[in-house]
Design a protein. Sequence first.
Length: 554
Amino acid sequence: MIYPINFNMSGIFLLIFVYAYLYILYRERYMGIWLVSWIIYFFRSFFLDAGMFNWMQTSLGIVSYQILSSIATLMLAYGTLRFVNKKLNIYWLYGVVGTLLMSMTFTSLEFSFLYAMLPATWFCGIVYIWVGIIFIRYLDLSGAGKLITGYTFILLGIHTLNKPFLVNIDWITSWGYLIADALRLIIAVGTLLVYFEKTRMDLSNKETQYRLLAENAVDIIYRYKLLPTAHFDYISPSVFTVTGYSDQEFYSNSNLLYNLIYPNDTPLFQDFINVQQSTEDIAFAFQITHKNGSIVWLEHKFSQVYDKEGRVLAREGIFRDITTRKNLEQMTMKLEKLNMVGQMAVSIAHEIRNPLTTVYGYLQFLKNKKEECVKYKEQFAIMTEELNKANVIISEYLLLAHNKRVELKKSDLNKLINQSYPLLQVSTGTANIQVKLDLADIPNLHIDENEIRQLLINLVRNGVESMPSGGNITIRTFLENDKVVLAITDQGVGIPTNVLENMGTPFLTTKAEGTGLGLPICYQIVNRHNAVMDVSSNVNGTTFFVRFKINSAD
């Protein structure tokens, strides 16, 4: 007696439906392999198990039954191994071939049905048990799905191992089909549970990975929701490094970013974000004020999220700290301007100096003609003084020449500072200002002593002019990150922000009679020594830092 087909194949129908649905939805290869495996089982059950053909009485029927069973079972194992990212061992293929050869041999030798069916049936049972073990052992899931599926496969394997011994007992055969069908139904449900648990775990892992990427990114990644109320949905913790404010402060104050934007950049920033179109390929650079008062340059790129009615729901984007890049750009611009002025100076200085020298000589000659020019003595003095001033300005222009030849030689910077100390003290021109030295042990450097002496004089004079009420100017040397640092600190009123941003630009000065060439000359000297100069300034004073590379002394 063969159990009715509607009961016998309902479990297989459900399995085929489950795997077909999952494969169409997700296009995973292992799902396709499972689907083909159960389709083969379906055809075997429909044409053989259901009794449409009397296959048990023919050698071809027995061999066909075993081939279909073995191939379907092996494909089931192969799909399961792909599911858990394992490879199919070649010995299983040898096992299939050996099983079929043994079964065909037993059939051709007209062994009893029991012995003819035994090799392939036991192979299938062992594979079922092995698949169950794979689900339990190798599937890294915490839900009950893998246990349900795994142990059900093991039970189906044990049931399959007993099948050849019970196939001739009608009532046991009927119940056997019913048990196998019930186990397949449980496998179908367990497989769904396993896949949904795996999908949930994969999504959770992906979310964790993306969150780690966002939270460890140097750039600030954000989502700013506009409707129904404006607020930050997400902003990465790197915002603290860039702005000095924590992400929680941005969550609690939706206007904090706008409050930090530099006043001159606020309208430009507002215009940029109000563009009602995709701005994914457009970057906008603006300035904000760090919590410590320093200026930070940010580059902003974002995309807008719309609802069905075309309203902007949110903005998602990135803020990138480009302060270093902007500083380099500004430094490059300054050097280009300095080079331009230097080239101009070299071109015209000699042409101007020659007639000035001639005029100066004639003035000296006429001044000595006392009987004729005595009454113009005052005018001669004024003209001579003005010519001297013009000569000084020309000398300053020449100092800006970018191709000025320097003689670098190994020197002791501290010794040079000590030798220059009397001159530096005299250059203050007042008893209210004292020059103090704080010199640490530093290695020798390759420097042009005359140029470094000029650098010291210029920076000290700059400090003197910022301290009308007197104070101290401190010259320090020390090591920092494999560099020798020369620091000159005054106790003046500080440098205005607009001047600080354009520090080193030729002709920029806050002094009524200044030429605006003192600091540009310093920058050129520093540049010719392959060093870097930066400045820190506030209401309590200003410090110029000149950083020399130590390897330049080797």
